[in-house]
Structure formats: structure tokens, C-alpha cells
Ligand binder design. Structure first.
Ligand SMILES: Nc1ncnc2c1ncn2[C@@H]1O[C@H](COP(=O)(O)OP(=O)(O)OP(=O)(O)O)[C@@H](O)[C@H]1O
Length: 804
């Protein structure tokens, strides 16, 4: 250590804390081993250590008490072991980076006791005395100061006892690498966020990172906003919405640690690949992962084998491939009509008005024979108490029908089909029948004719098996023709766009007949089913997060809200990336406000983009219809995006392949060639694969993003990022129509450091609207020729001053 090192004191403290962590780990790790062995032994000896005695009532009671006590002992030890393992994991995280920030804060009032020096890290670290606080958890109230204020400013933080005001006298950021001291920045001296600048300049590794050390003020506001039932975060591509949402999960789990568990939180993700992209973040923050699903997966789970749910990507691909403009406009209008949450209310009314005469019942049939006719089912329903609510009436009808089925079952045992099946019974059934014969004969004096008894039992078993299926169907209300009822609702409805509505209704009817559930009908249909069945609500879920919310229709959001009636909600999204035709939720703020009402909704807008360089953000926002004037890049300079012009598609592929290789040589790891659709992606892959080593094709079936170069359809790249993005076709052909604008913007904003676009033929009109100085144009033929670069990349010098 140099004697004039301005950081000598800080560095020495840092080393002391690190030593404390390492020493503690050395002490605890063997203990955890011992504790584990103890638990294993206790489990093994469980029955040796209790005396089993059931001789008398008292002895049996004593035995039971004994067993309970022993079980309690084991579970206490297990809990202790788990706590130790957790503590060790926390210490290991701290060993990697003991703390990253420091604030000195003088509370208003000015007494020396009100001076706080707080070192902030990923979790709390107490000294061996159990009192000295070496590191404060980033989620503690006072740590908020670090994210919200600069030294010299009036500062305040929200404590459980109210707002604490005062002055922040110093703020430091620490840079570490694998637990070792690298340097520090004094926020009073450094301009901007030095740590953030460094973080953003690093390469992506196909996994989302935690941002705990560099959370920005607006993000902190979203992370800690816990007053309202619903929090809506809206911000441009790369503004850290997903990152903030995940930090928020960790924050809420910390704040409500006594009442909220990770399994009570659920994240709706855009696609399965995205799920694997984010699932390392919470464990890195020391929290258990929360439940994740996509809305499509949820729908598929609910419909089971009853319907095949249409994939939203198919609807999107169909629209993207549509050349008939009128048909495309019709589709968009239909989808929009089906996304209106008022439909749910109308459906509720429709259900309330249902009566025995208007419900389309179905008879119950077995082997082509009617067991209970449709009229008989209707009569059963009509016999239930009219004053009951519909789900309760249906429940009562269900019970009556099940009773009827039991009667039919007895009669069917002698039916011809049972006699026929007797000839082919399998070994399992025979064994079952044999056991049953033995059971029934036991204790009887007179021995029945075994053969007769066995046949009787076999008949019972055969009929039972078949009736089990019928019972299951009755339990699931299959005695109502649900598709017909649903279509009846659609038909009953007047719409301002009648022609479009009735055309759509008939298409839905056709689809349902062939067991296909249109994506934009699915939530409404489930709502009908829920209204009839009752009790579908998930009260176990306490917090629901929806990422990429612009991809949901307002109706779907409302449906999700109703599904989780006690949950709070976090919704994050960006309407400028609304690529699905049914999206429209976010720019209609009304849709958000309507969910829980204005008084129970907080909006936090984000405006700064962190993912991409200043040049890429500057370029991408100009693709937007409104010019994205509110979008502010974080000041990280890089090269300007490059447009490569080529004579034909062959030349494009040759240039793309060459550029991928060159980018690899420059050290970029995750490189994505973004194609518009899956078919475009497959075509590009076929041409590029022979030219690029280890190129991967990402499809809907891909479960994890590859770490190397890949070809990916635009909509599967949603939510994720790559070091370099190559837009395989930026011509008018690919992105020419207004409805393709957002897709184009979304694709370009996946790039962190480098963006290249290729076009043979007329340029996309969105590109034509960008000022020429926002990007560089190159000719495909001269790619690779060092002297050919037509524009010199901007200087890569950093705009913040660092003091290390
Ligand atoms: N405060 C921060 N500190 C460090 N990195 C950050 C911060 N905020 C965002 N980032 C980084 O910016 C990138 C974009 O973040 P994220 O994916 O959360 O944005 P998003 O708003 O969800 O983007 P999109 O709308 O495109 O899905 C990520 O690499 C993330 O790590």
C-alpha cells in the first residue's frame, strides 16, 4: 500500500471486513458439515430412539408423544442446518464483493449520535459481537440514500417511523473483482455514475445480471414503491424494467420477510427462453427463485387436452405474412374488439341471465347409448333450487347426475359390452378381481362358487372403470356444451363493428368445433368456465408480476387480476414494443387505471436507456413514429450503427457472415442475426451456417439462449440483449408496413454495443426517416477492406471522470 494512497484507510477497512468474512466462513463451513451429519444420523436412528408400546391406551399415548418429540428434534436440527447453509451462501456472496457503496448521513437535528456511516452490500454483515454493523443490506431503509441522492444535497429516506431528513456528506462507490479491492470513486468528485459506466461497457453473457450496486434513482422509486395495490412501470427498451422488477421481488421478500414467501410470487414472462434468461438473478441476490410461467403455458395447462390453444406467435406470423391489406385490417379490428375488458362484465351478466331453458345441455352417453338424455339433464338442473347462485346450482345438479350414473352403472354390469370385454380382461384386472374374491369370502362359512363370484366382480370392475371416465366428465361440467354456450354469448352481443364481430364469431365457432382455441378467445372462454365452475381463484398467490405487459390485451390483464384476487401486482412494459396486434394495453393508461382504480395505482415512468450505447439509442428512437423525444440514453459512447447496402440477398448473407466473424475477433460473445419471422430465420440460418462456426438457430422450442452467435426471429428476441445485433433484412420488404415499425424498433434495441443492418433493394421507410448522420453506410462488396470504412467511429473515450 502506497503511503500517499488516498484510499489507504478505506482499503484497510475493506481488507478487515473481507478477512472477517473469510474467517467466519472457515469456521462455519465445517459446522455445516457436522450439522448435516447429525441430521442424517438422527433420521437414521429415528425409530431406535423411540420406544414403541401400544399395550394400553396410556402406553399408546406415551408412544405417540415420544414420536412427536423425536420428530420435533429432527425438524429443529434440520432448520438449524438450513439456516447455516443460508448464512454460508450469504457470506460467500459477500466474499465476492463485501460492499459496493458508502454514505455518510447527518440527520436533521445535528447531534453527533445522529451521524450515520453506512457501508452497503448484498446482505447484512454483523461483527462477532452481534452488534457492530459492518455491511448494511441494500434493501434496508437507510440504504435508499445511496440510490437516491448525491452528496451535498438535502437527503431523506423513508424509515418505518416516517421520513428521516438530513444531509448526505459523502458518498463512495467501490469497485471489486472476485472479492479483491480494485478502487473507489467519490461521488463528490466523479461526474456521473462511474460504476454504472463500467458495468454497462462489459459484454453480455446470455444471462440477466443483478443491478444491485448501480440501481438508479427512478429505478429505486419503482423497486421500493409499496403503497399501492398496482405498480405500473413504463419505460423504453433497455431502461431496466425487467432488472428493476426482479430487484423489486428481492426487496419485497426482504421487507415482508415474515409474511411473504417466494412461492407466493408469480412472474408472467414473455416466453420460456426468457424464463431461463432471468432465473439466475434472484439466487444471485440470495433469494429463492419465484414461480414463472408464460400466459400461453397457463392457458395450455387450463385447457389440457380439451383444446389446442393457438400460439400467439402463429397469429403474429400470420399477420406479418399477410399481403392482403384489407384482411390484415380486419384481423386487427377483430383482435381489438376481443381485447375489451368490458366483455368480461358482459359475460358475467350473460351468465346471470342463464336459465334451464337457455343452457345448452348435453346428454350423457356410453358406447353410443344414451344413459341420461339431454332433456333429462335439463330436468335435473331445473329441479335444483332456483335461489342458489349458478355455480351452486350446477354443483347440486352435478351431485344428482353422479347419483344417476351410479344407478346406471349397476344396470350396465350385465350389458353386452361388459360381457364382450370379459373375454379380453388384462392380468392387472384379473389380479384385482382375485384379491376382491378373497376379501369377500373371508369370514364366511359358506363358500360361494368362486367362478361366479369372480365374474360378478370382474363385471363390476369393468363397468366401474368405464363409468369413472363418465364421472370425471360430469365433475368437469361436460354435461354443458360449453363451446356452444360461449358462441351463444358472442352471438348475443351487439357490436359497433357488427360485420367484423359476426365474422369473427363464426370463425371462433368453427375453430372450437375442431378443438382449437383461438388465442384471443382463450381468456374470455376461461372466464365463462370459471363463472360456471366457481372457485378457480388463486388465493395462495400474493404478488403477480407481468413483464412485457404490452403483449397482453386489456381483457387478459383483467382476467389475470380476477384470477389472483388477493395479490398485489407489478406490471412493466413499453407500448412502443407492442408487437402483437392485440396489444394496446399500455398506451391506454385507462386500461391500467381501470384494473384497480386510480387511487390504488402508482405509475413510475423510466426514461433512461442503459442497455445500448448512446449512438444505438439515438438511432433506434428515431425509428419511432413520435421520434422518441422522451428517450434519454445513458452516456456511453460507441460506434454509430452501420447500414450495409448490397445488390442482392446473396451479398447480404456473405456480408453478414463476414461481420459475425469479425465481431467475434473483436471479442464480442453474444451475436444475434435477427430475422423478422421464423421462416426468415430458418432461411438465413441455412445460408449462414456453412459460413459461421457454431452458429445456432433459435426457435420456439429453444429453451436457453446460446452463448455464441445465433439467428433469432425478432419476436423471440424480446426482453433479451446481445453484444452485437445484425438485422438481416432492413429493406422495405421486411419492415415496410406501419404495423411492422415496432417490431423493427424492438429488434434494433436488442443491441448493447454494436448494431449493423443489411439491405438489398429499397430501404425500410422507417430507416429513411432517420437523419443520415445517425448511422454510417457501407457497401457490401468492400466489407473487410480496412480502408473502406466511410465513417470513423466516434471516440470511445469515457465521459465520466474516474478516480481510482
Ligand atoms: N441500474 C442499472 N445498473 C446496471 N445495469 C443496468 C441498470 N439498469 C439497467 N441495466 C442494464 O440494462 C440492460 C437492460 O435492462 P432490462 O433488460 O432490465 O431493460 P428493459 O427495460 O426490461 O428492456 P426491454 O424493454 O428491452 O425488455 C441490462 O443489461 C441491465 O443489466
Amino acid at each position: 500500500m502506497h503511503p500517499t494512497d488516498p484510499w489507504a484507510a478505506e482499503r484497510s477497512r475493506f481488507e478487515d471486513v473481507r478477512r472477517l468474512i473469510v474467517d467466519r466462513l472457515e469456521r462455519l463451513e465445517p459446522l455445516a458439515g457436522e450439522e448435516r451429519d447429525l441430521v442424517v444420523d438422527l433420521r437414521k436412528q429415528f425409530w431406535d430412539d423411540v420406544t414403541l408400546n401400544f399395550g394400553s391406551y396410556d402406553e399408546a399415548l406415551e408412544t405417540a408423544a415420544n414420536v412427536t418429540q423425536q420428530a420435533r428434534l429432527v425438524s429443529e436440527r434440520e432448520r438449524a442446518h438450513r439456516a447455516l447453509v443460508r448464512q454460508i451462501a450469504g457470506l460467500k456472496r459477500l466474499r465476492e464483493a463485501p460492499y459496493f457503496g458508502f454514505v455518510a448521513f447527518r440527520e436533521e437535528g445535528g447531534s453527533p449520535a445522529a451521524e450515520h456511516s453506512v457501508y452497503i452490500g448484498s446482505s447484512t454483515l454483523l461483527g462477532d459481537d452481534g452488534e457492530t454493523l459492518f455491511v448494511t443490506d441494500w434493501r434496508a431503509p437507510i440504504a435508499s440514500l445511496y440510490y437516491d441522492h448525491q452528496p451535498g444535497e438535502e437527503a431523506a429516506y423513508e424509515s418505518p417511523d416516517g421520513l428521516v431528513r438530513g444531509e448526505m456528506t459523502r458518498k463512495l462507490q467501490f469497485l471489486t473483482e472476485r472479492g479483491n479491492w480494485v478502487g473507489a470513486f467519490d461521488s463528490g468528485v466523479t461526474i456521473g455514475d462511474a460504476l454504472l459506466g463500467r458495468m454497462l461497457a462489459t459484454n453480455s453473457d446470455a444471462r440477466m445480471k443483478t443491478i444491485v450496486s448501480t440501481i438508479q434513482k427512478e429505478q429505486n422509486a419503482a423497486i421500493r414503491n409499496d403503497d399501492k395495490r398496482l405498480l405500473v412501470v413504463h419505460g423504453p427498451a433497455g431502461s431496466g424494467k425487467t432488472s428493476a422488477a426482479l430487484q423489486r421481488v428481492a426487496y419485497l421478500l426482504y421487507k415482508h420477510r415474515d409474511t411473504l414467501k417466494s412461492e407466493q410470487m408469480l412472474l408472467f414472462s414473455p416466453n420460456p427462453m426468457f424464463m431461463s434468461y432471468v432465473d439466475t438473478v434472484l439466487p444471485e441476490l440470495g433469494e429463492e427463485p419465484i414461480g414463472q410461467t408464460t400466459f400461453l403455458q397457463y392457458l395450455e395447462h387450463r385447457f389440457g387436452r380439451e383444446f389446442e390453444v393457438e400460439q400467439p406467435f402463429d397469429a403474429l406470423e400470420a399477420l406479418l405474412g399477410e399481403t392482403d391489406e384489407e384482411a390484415a385490417a380486419r384481423t386487427e379490428r377483430t383482435v381489438r374488439a376481443k381485447s375489451d375488458p368490458a366483455l368480461l362484465v358482459e359475460l358475467d351478466d350473460f351468465v346471470k341471465r342463464l336459465a334451464a331453458e337457455t343452457i345448452p345441455f348435453r346428454g350423457i352417453r356410453l358406447n353410443g347409448k344414451t344413459l341420461v338424455s339431454r332433456d333429462a339433464v335439463r330436468a335435473v338442473f331445473a329441479s335444483t333450487d332456483e335461489r342458489l347462485k349458478l355455480p351452486d346450482r350446477l354443483f347440486a345438479a352435478k351431485k344428482l347426475l353422479l347419483r344417476k350414473l351410479s344407478e346406471c352403472e349397476v344396470a350396465e354390469r350385465d350389458a353386452d359390452w361388459v360381457t364382450a370385454e370379459l373375454e379380453t380382461v388384462d392380468a392387472d384386472l384379473l389380479r384385482l378381481a382375485y384379491k376382491e374374491v378373497r376379501k369377500r369370502q373371508r369370514g364366511r362359512d359358506a363358500v360361494f362358487n368362486e367362478n361366479t363370484l369372480e365374474e360378478r366382480i370382474l363385471r363390476e370392475l369393468i363397468a366401474k372403470e368405464r363409468f369413472e371416465t363418465l364421472r370425471r366428465r360430469v365433475k368437469r361440467l361436460r354435461f354443458i356444451d360449453m363451446p356452444e354456450l360461449y358462441v351463444a354469448f358472442l352471438r348475443s352481443r351487439r357490436s359497433s363493428d357488427d360485420l367484423v364481430w359476426s365474422g369473427a364469431t363464426e370463425r371462433t365457432a368453427e375453430s372450437l368445433k375442431s378443438k382449437r382455441m383461438p388465442y384471443d378467445d382463450a381468456a374470455l372462454y376461461l372466464h365463462l368456465r370459471d363463472a360456471l365452475e366457481g372457485g378457480r381463484e388463486r388465493r395462495d398467490v400474493r404478488h403477480v408480476l407481468i413483464d412485457e405487459a404490452q403483449d397482453y390485451s386489456p381483457l387478459q390483464l383483467e382476467y389475470i387480476k380476477r384470477l389472483f384476487p388477493v395479490a398485489r401486482m407489478t406490471i412493466v412494459g413499453d407500448f412502443r414494443q407492442a408487437i402483437f396486434p392485440f396489444a394496446a394495453a399500455l398506451h391506454e393508461n385507462d386500461a391500467m387505471l381501470r384494473l384497480y382504480g386510480e387511487a390504488d395505482t402508482a405509475f413510475v415512468p423510466f426514461s433512461r436507456c442503459y442497455r445500448s450505447t448512446r449512438e444505438i439509442v439515438g438511432f433506434a428512437k428515431r425509428l419511432l413514429a413520435d421520434g422518441g423525444s422522451d428517450i434519454v440514453p445513458f452516456d456511453r459512447p460507441g460506434e454509430r450503427p452501420v447500414l450495409v447496402r448490397a445488390d442482392d440477398q446473396d451479398a447480404v448473407y456473405a456480408a453478414v457472415a463476414k461481420d459475425v466473424r469479425r465481431l467475434q475477433e473483436e471479442g464480442y460473445g453474444t451475436i444475434a442475426v435477427v430475422a423478422k419471422t421464423a421462416a426468415d430465420g430458418a432461411a438465413a440460418f441455412e445460408r449462414l451456417q456453412p459460413l459461421v462456426d457454431e452458429l445456432a438457430l433459435v426457435t420456439r422450442e429453444t429453451s436457453r439462449f446460446p452463448k455464441g452467435p445465433c439467428v433469432v426471429p425478432s419476436y423471440l428476441a424480446k426482453g433479451v440483449e446481445f453484444d452485437a445485433v445484425l438485422i438481416a433484412d432492413a429493406s422495405e420488404r421486411a419492415y415496410g408496413k406501419e404495423r411492422e415499425r415496432k417490431l423493427f424498433y424492438t429488434a434494433c434495441t436488442r443491441a448493447m454495443h454494436r448494431l449493423r443492418l443489411y439491405a438489398a433493394g429499397p430501404l425500410s421507410p422507417f430507416l429513411r426517416q432517420v437523419e443520415p448522420d445517425a448511422y454510417v453506410v457501407e457497401e457490401a462488396e468492400i466489407i473487410g477492406n480496412e480502408s473502406s470504412a466511410t465513417a470513423a467511429p466516434e471516440s470511445a473515450s469515457v465521459s465520466y471522470r474516474e478516480e481510482t
